[in-house]
Each structure stands twice: as C-alpha cells, then as structure tokens.
Design a protein around this ligand. Sequence first.
Ligand code: MTE
Ligand code: HPA
Ligand code: MOS
Length: 854
Amino acid sequence: MRTLTKRLFNSSRATTVTARSESETAAPRKDTEASLEAQIESELSEPDRETGRLEGDEPVARDTVTPRPSATANKHAQAHESGTQHVTGRARYIDDLPAPHGTLHAMVGLSQIAHGRVTRLDLDAVREMPGVVDVIAAQHIPGHRDIGPVFPGDPMFADETVSYVGQPLFAVAATSYAEARRAVRAAVVEIEPLPPRFDPVAAAEAGEFVRPTHVQVSGDWQQALTDAPHVLEAEQFVGGQEHFYLEGQACLVVPSEDEGVTVYTSNQHPSETQKLVAEVLDIPFHAVTVENRRMGGGFGGKETQAAPWACMAALLARRTGRAIRLRLPRADDTRATGKRHPFHNRYRLGFDSDGVIVGGDITLIGDCGHSPDLSEAVVDRAMFHADNAYSLGAARVTGHRARTHTASNTAFRGFGGPQGMMIVERAMDDIARHVGQDPLTVRKRNLYREGRDTTHYGQHVDQHPLMVEIIERLERSSDYWQRRDTIREFNRKSSVIKRGLTLTPVKFGISFTAKHLNQAGALLHVYTDGSVMINHGGTEMGQGLHTKVCQVVARELGIDFDSVRISATRTDKVPNTSPTAASSGADLNGMAARDAATQIRQRLLDFAAEHYQFDREGLHLENGKLVTDTGASTAVVSWGELIQAAYLGRVSLSATGFYSTPLIHYDRDSGQGRPFYYFAYGASVSEVSVDTLSGEYRVERVDILHDVGDSLNPAIDLGQVEGGFIQGMGWLTSEELKWNDDGRLLTDGPATYKIPTFGDLPPIFNVELLEGHPNSQASIYRSKAVGEPPFMLGISVWSALRDALASLTDYRVSPPLDTPATPERVLMAAEALRSQKPSAQKPEAENSNTGATP
Ligand code: MTE
Ligand code: HPA
Ligand code: MOS
C-alpha cells in the first residue's frame, strides 16, 4: 500500500510538465506522450494485477455483530478511476468543458457593506458597458427569490437589505470574462449602513440566532457538579476555515429546447441545485438536468454553496437563450461563500482525583454568519461530538446558532464535529495538569467502556474496545512513553526550544443526522459488449467514491474493474439524491449500486440456468466467467458470451438500485436517540518543537492508526487519512481567517491565507489502517466511512503545542491556546506563561460549590 501511494505520487510529479505543456499548446497527442500515459497506466494498475481480482463476498444480514476476518488489505488497492486523467491533466473540470457557440460569461456584483439598507441599485451604466448582453437583479427572478437550502434566509440577490460583505446583488452576462468583470464595477450602489454584528458571543447573549438553541441532557448534571471532588471550567475559541478547493465555484448552463436548462456544475448536491434552479425559474424539476463528472475538491464547500451560481447562470441562460459560464474569481469566491463555523466553546466539568469526568456542562456557540444554511445540523453535529471518545457522565450539552454579519458558514469536513471535539480535548489536557497526570493517562481513563458506554444523547457505543486497542497499539508503535521521558528530559535542559507530545483519539458518528438524507439510488446498464455503466447519486471530489462504487459493481458481477465505468452524476439518471457528504458516499451509494448489480446477477443466473440447462444452485459469476460450482470450479461461459445470450434471450440488462440506512433515529424534543449507524475510530500521536522566543514551531513526527473497518480500497483510504490529517492540522495551526472592522475578509487568497504546503508535512509520518476489525454493522462489505473522521486526528498537533508550552511551567499549568495556533498565538502564550501572569490561565477553582455557572 505504501508502495502504491509512492508510485501514484511519483507519477504525478513526473507528468506535471507534460500536462502543462499540453494544455498550453493544445497540441495533438504525441507518441512519446501516449507511451508515457501507457507507462503511468501500467504503474497505476500494477498492484491490482499483482494481487488478482477482488474476492467475492456473501451478502451480510443487517446488523449482525459477528466480526468476520478482515480481507488482506492490498487486495482492493485499485488506483483511482481518473488517476491517469488527473496526472496527465486530461481530467475535465467545469471550466475545461467545451462550451457551445455564443456562450456568455457571467460575473456577480457583490455587496461591499456588511449590514445596511439598499437605497439605490442603479445598473444602467452596467448595461451600457462593452460586451454586456444582460443584467439581472432580484426583481428579474420569475420564481423563488429565497434559495435557502433547508430554511429560508438566503436571497439569491439581496434586495432591500444586505447582511455581509460579499453578498450577491446582481449579475451580468457579457461576451468575455474580462468584459463581464469590468462591467460589474460600473454599478451605482448606495447602501445606508446599519450596525453590523461580528461577535457571536454577543449575538448569543442578545438572543440573535439563526435557529433555536438545542440542548441534550443525560442525568443530573447539576448534582454531578455539586458532588464532584474537582471542578474546572474554561473557554476555548476555535477558528473557522476556508475550503480552498483548487477548483473554485464554477458552472456552465446551457438552455434546452423547452423551458429548461442543463447545468454543469462543480457541486456536491446536484439534486438540490436542480430543485433550486427550477424554483428560481418557476419551471418543473424535470426541465432541469444537473450534471457533475468530478470536482477539484469540495470539502463541504459545495454542499449548498454551489447552488446560487447555478441559479444565476440559469436565469441568464433562459433570458438570453445562450449558454452561460460562471466562474468566480478566487477573491470573490472566498468573500461570497461561507466557511467552517468558528466556535466559542465553554466547559464546566466535574471529575474525581484520577481525572475521570463525572459530569458537567458544555456550551457551544457556533458562528453561523447571516443565515441558517446548514447550521442547524452543523451545530447538532458539534453537540454529538462534544464527548469525542469519552463518557461525559451526567452532562448537559447546549448548542447555540449565533447570527453574525458574515457569509453564511457551511459544511466543512467534519461538519461541526471537529469544533465540538475541541472542547473536550481542551478539558482532557486541563484535567490532566490539574491532577498531575500525563494527559494520555487521563484520556485513557475517560474512554467509553463497559458500564460507561452510552453517549449524552443516548446512543450505545458498541465498538468501544476498538478505541482502547487503537490507542494501545499506537502507544507501542509510536514509543509514546519512552519519547515522553526523552522529551521531559530534553525540555529540562533546553530553555528556548521546547518539545511537546500528544496522543488524541477520534470517534466520529457516521450517518447524516437528518435521517431522510440517509438514502441512495443507482442505475446500472450492461451493454451488449459486456461493458458496464454505473450511475449513482454520489459525486466525485477526489475522494475516490467512483472508484469504490465501480469496485463494488465489479465484485458483484465477477468482472474486472476496467469493464465498469461511471460517466457522470446526473439528476436525470438517478433522481432525488442526497448530497455527497457526511462521509457517507460509499456507504450509501455503494449499497445502492450493489443492490442494482445483485438484481442483474440474479437475472443473469436465472437466465443461464434455463438457457444452458445448468443447476441454478451452483451458478455464480467469477473472474469474468459464468461458473458452475461442481467442486472444481469449471469455467463454462465467458461474461461476454453470457451477455450476448441474455440480450438475444430478451433479458433486461438494466436495473435501478436503492438503499436506506437501517436503525437510525433521533428525537430532537428529548435530545436522545441513535443518530449514527456506527462510529469510525482513529488516533494520532504528534510531536512538535517550539521556539518559545519566536513562537515558530515544527511538527517533527506523526503516527496515525485509523479504523476503516474492512477497507474498500486501502490505497484510497490511506490517502484520505493523510489528507484529512493535514487539512485538520492546517485548520488548527496556519489557516487564519481575518476580517477588518467593517467585516471585509482580508485573507482572500493564497498570499494571505496559509494552507499547509509540501514543506509542512511531518518528516516522519507513519500512517496505518487498523486491520482485522470489520464494521460491527452491516455496511458495504463491512467497511467504514473515511472521508471526514481523519480530519480530527489533526487535534493532536494543537494539543502537542500546548504540551510543549506547559513544559515552561513544569507541566503545572495548562496554557490556553485559541486556534488557529499561529506562531503569534504560541508566542503570546509562551510569554504569558514565562511571566506567570495569572491572566495566562483561567482560574481553576477547586470546587467550592459556589455554583457560578458560566
Ligand atoms: N477528499 C478529497 N480529495 N476532496 C474532497 O473534497 N471532501 C471530504 C472527504 N474527502 C473531500 C475529500 C468531505 S467533506 C466528505 S463529506 C467526504 O470526502 C465525501 O465523500 P465520501 O462520502 O464519498 O467519503
Ligand atoms: N453531515 C454532512 N452534511 C450534512 C449533514 C451531516 O450530518 N446533514 C445535512 N448535511
Ligand atoms: Mo462533507 S463536510 O460532509 O461535505
């Protein structure tokens, strides 16, 4: 597996030059290039050739808990279905699609004021600008003007009031991109400013919410706090994050011959965009087709926030009768679209002298921006993860959704989960310092275990022993305790450079918390040459979903991977789909595809039994053949022949599949239920070195062990774990969002917003998938979702920075460290600790039971 990752990586480096020169010259393919491609192709698929085909798998009953032995990992290490296109630069993203003759370019006029009343929006001058063909604003919308995805609150164009800098006011279509850009600047916009609000805590105190507050209570948390031998409280600010997808928001809309449109969009949720475009145009859903082949990254930023641009382009397309391309400039993209929610979190927790939590109170305030968007579910997920992997005992968890005058914050890998976990990980370190124990010891003591295995929202945690196993294995493989001693010793002698080491666990709930979204459909065709086309509701954003779904179909039909292809996700092939989100893409769509493939298999076997007069019982499909099970598997008919015969025998070679996740439910009134089908687990150990005179630091070594059940594809899963960790680390360290006092985002591009680069990779980076532990639930081949959970492994880097800082006080004080923990913040924390100012530390009052609830 490691070899494969390396190969992929080397290939991509080797081909960069070719890919660029090709796109620059648009020259026809040359022989050298073709042979390079062939070479890449063979390298990419080599592991699969080495190890042979996927083994078959019996359908498993839902919800059996008997673990099966894990499949040998590298059996399924199929390369990404678009690997060759990715590395040769041939993969098409939205802006690469050939556009019809006469296509116009759209640009959007954005508010420069955070909060105000629009007194004048004069677009006459815009209309007069060179190349301009059409200009639209709110009054030109024939249908719905509010395109809020779940709740109202997102006008397609602001009308009377504006509520953030970057809010769309109007759009223009012109004959070139440059003309459209220039035209937008000719608008005369007068806005009477109203007082803006940027502080979510003040907003929460004033009762300014985008959605009502939700509370989960388990047991008598007040009594627990009263009785607890120790009580600590602290506040933690957790910063937001810009998605920084490489492909920005983009779409191409082509008007159709009827009243409709075809929308090509970089989009995680084609069905929702179909709905919104239809509602804006006031036409039936069947008049709108939405297509996506792949995205250059989504990360949650295209779950809801890809739709507005498609709606605008669709309206321009209908009005002008011409195709419309809309691609936001990066600075507009970062201003106009929402980010990860920043959170202000607070805990007040009671614990015993071993540091074991007995109960308490956790409050989360999510900064939602100006509208609800997905914030109801995001803050819910933060609440569901305020325990991370630990039993909170008798606890109350409260989640507020504060309204501020910024872009509407949205889905981002982890979907609130990371922000929720941060408060309890903060508490673990604080409690450990308080009782004078190593933080790992305290973390281990607080893990879910027998007798402490139910979450604060009432879900039983069945696989809790996995968490213990992962931590114990990682303790050994990372040599945690030995390194702990070495680091303490080093820190005693080194006055400026301090090292830190932390192990943090992750337990992440898998399922959409909105129950109805946990469904998926698929459409499978077998053509008469035996090649197979599978479509499903999920979208590809680099995470390898299409590869996994093709693997599922190949495995069910006993044919090789290359015989199965996915064209694109289209709303006219599979309808009413859920967003590709909540890490559930493979779980849901893999199952739907499997359902379709199973039907085709049954049909073929039934047909074969009759047609060839075989015993139906022993028939199966394997290695591209129809096989009779006569003890010594005799290959009798090839897949191609079988399909020909079935076609001539008038057997339908097309099927739809469907899946809905069983057993999940959540009652928002009582705050109790089983919202998640299962949990995914993982843990990471990070070591950092901090220069305490400058605040600069380095991540020296990272060890990760992550649970993906029986992996569907270990090569892809490893990539997800590595990428997720790095993205999580970036969130907590270098990625800082800064607004000026007027609410204008200053960090609007790569020059000012720092995502991790190549040089930020830990020099020692050991990543392993946990083997031998299939999912306890009947997920697709007992695998586990992998897209989001590894993101939260990045928390160990932040905690290791705190560990390094704590050494300045001989580990007596647990330093506050808001995120992102930039060198500036680290330096300020170090200076505060050095001067031993009491303000460096929230008072850690012993429980005097004064009852001062925060
Ligand atoms: N990986 C890549 N390369 N690009 C992405 O945009 N998005 C992440 C994760 N991994 C993302 C990614 C997010 S936010 C989610 S929810 C999952 O992929 C979605 O895909 P899945 O459900 O198929 O895992
Ligand atoms: N996760 C991600 N996206 C979502 C969810 C969720 O739980 N609910 C709605 N969209
Ligand atoms: Mo992922 S945040 O659920 O798109």
